[in-house]
Design a protein around this ligand. Sequence first.
Ligand code: AMP
Ligand code: MN
Ligand code: MN
Length: 316
Amino acid sequence: MFRKIKNIIDEGERFLITTHIDPDGDAIGSCFSLYWVLDALQKNPFVYMRDKVPYMYEFLPKPPKLSYHEPPADSYDAIFVLDCGNFLRVGKGHERLKAQGPLVNIDHHTTNETFGIVNIIEQDSSSTAEILYKLYRSLNIPFTYNVAVNLYTAIFTDTGSFRYPNTNSDAFLICEEMTKFGVSPSYVAQMVHENHPKERFFLLGKVLSSMETYKNDTIAMALVTQEMFHKTNTSKEYTEGFVEYVKEIRGINVAILIREITDQQYKVSMRSKGNTDVALICNHFGGGGHRNAAGCTIDGNIMQVKDRLKEAFAIL
Ligand code: AMP
Ligand code: MN
Ligand code: MN
């Protein structure tokens, strides 16, 4: 399965590693782990992500060669696009990247658009990091702490701390193995879950107060506005995990967090319990994701966005 990638790595020298905008733990841990693997193979890797690493992932061993905002202009022997179902989600400048090297697409989203020259899409994998672990094993690469803690954190966060239905036996086996390379589960959990600035909770209070429920309390929507960010001196990185609180309510099948980008554009995050496929709904709005976790961007004012969402759920 990894033969083509092995050849690309063996024959190449300069590699770009990238992922999706608003990077989560899997996006970051996957990119950083691959950086450390290629670095150990004495290659010349470089990581680019449009958005900066959110504060809760700052403890991860970071590549010295990492840039944000604008893709670098160089050309590469391959461009690894990790955890990214849709090439557009690499963000501004992604089109230009296509001409800078062959794209290697490694992902686990059900909605992946197979935009690479090589596409490794494993929808049953808990995370992109799980696929990468298998790649590293097949390349016979020795694991170091830098690789292990990035893989562990990616799997830990993409499984919702081993709570989501994508928590499979490989997720546990890989994470258990990573502890042998020095990863401390309690340290990672503390960094991810117990290291928030107090402003996050002032923001959370406002967001939870905005919550409305629909369809006999089976769907809940909460809203984050630019005004809330201003009042609490926070930004979008403070909202990671907010949608999970909404999902904790008894009887809720779908939790929705609507975040204002501008007053005419909103980012929507959805989480579901059981069989409700939110990727399908987000796909309808031009987004995507997984059955139980998906996202999209919807244009319009807040009333229009809420109405379009309610309409989409009315047919469920
Ligand atoms: P989020 O709600 O942004 O945390 O995303 C939940 C899941 O859906 C993640 O796996 C994302 O990578 C994916 N996702 C979010 N937004 C989009 C989008 N616009 N297009 C495709 N996938 C998305
Ligand atoms: Mn992701
Ligand atoms: Mn992922």
